[in-house]
Design a binder for this molecule. Structure first.
Ligand SMILES: [Ca+2]
Ligand SMILES: [Ca+2]
Length: 190
């Protein structure tokens, strides 16, 4: 017990438990994870990445075009898996690994996590309006200029047999997109 505590306190190394989890859930080797970790500690000496540091990382690594910055808060919500306001190293690595998986389930899961900014496991009417507004602003204005994010959201909630005071769970969302091509198309998931 004492040994474990002192190890945690004194070293800048990853604790074994974290390493085991990261190795099991990513395709990274132990040296790769250690390298990631020392880079992360360089950028974020406190050991966690705050929102400001994430913005810099996002601009540098994740987006090439300035306009894509509109989704930075949505992406922060994806990385900050426990929604405590900062990104721990394990959250950082696990999310990057998740982003690399580009199958349909992974895409739908990512879409859900991006929309669920509050992190309560449900998409509210407001969260979907906010997300669709950003999509509409980004995508071809000719194509979707007549679309209104509020009307669109009400339409989608109707397809789920929900009213705007209700919420969509992750399972509902993923099943709904799989079973109804038009929902998936709206989000560009198809
Ligand atoms: Ca966190
Ligand atoms: Ca939510």
């Amino acid at each position: 017990m004492a040994k474990e505590l002192s190890k945690k306190e004194t070293s800048g190394e990853l604790i074994d438990k974290q390493m085991t989890v990261l190795k099991a859930n990513t395709e990274l080797s132990e040296p790769e994870i250690q390298k990631f970790y020392s880079d992360f500690k360089n950028e974020c000496p406190s050991g966690t990445m705050n929102k400001e540091q994430f913005y810099k990382f996002y601009k540098r690594i994740l987006v090439s075009k300035e306009k894509d910055l509109s989704f930075v808060d949505n992406m922060f919500a994806v990385f900050d898996q426990n929604h405590d306001g900062s990104i721990a190293f394990s959250e950082f690595v696990l999310t990057l690994a998740m982003l690399k998986k580009r199958d349909l389930n992974g895409t739908l899961n990512l879409g859900f996590e991006m929309m669920d900014i509050s992190g309560d496991g449900y998409i509210s009417y407001e969260e979907m309006v906010d997300f669709l507004e950003k999509i509409l602003r980004l995508t071809d204005p000719e194509d979707k200029k007549d679309m209104n994010s509020k009307l669109l959201t009400i339409g989608i909630f109707n397809m789920f047999n929900l009213n705007k005071r209700q919420n969509i769970s992750k399972k509902q969302f993923i099943d709904g997109c799989k079973n109804n091509q038009s929902i998936a198309e709206i989000f560009g998931f198809s």
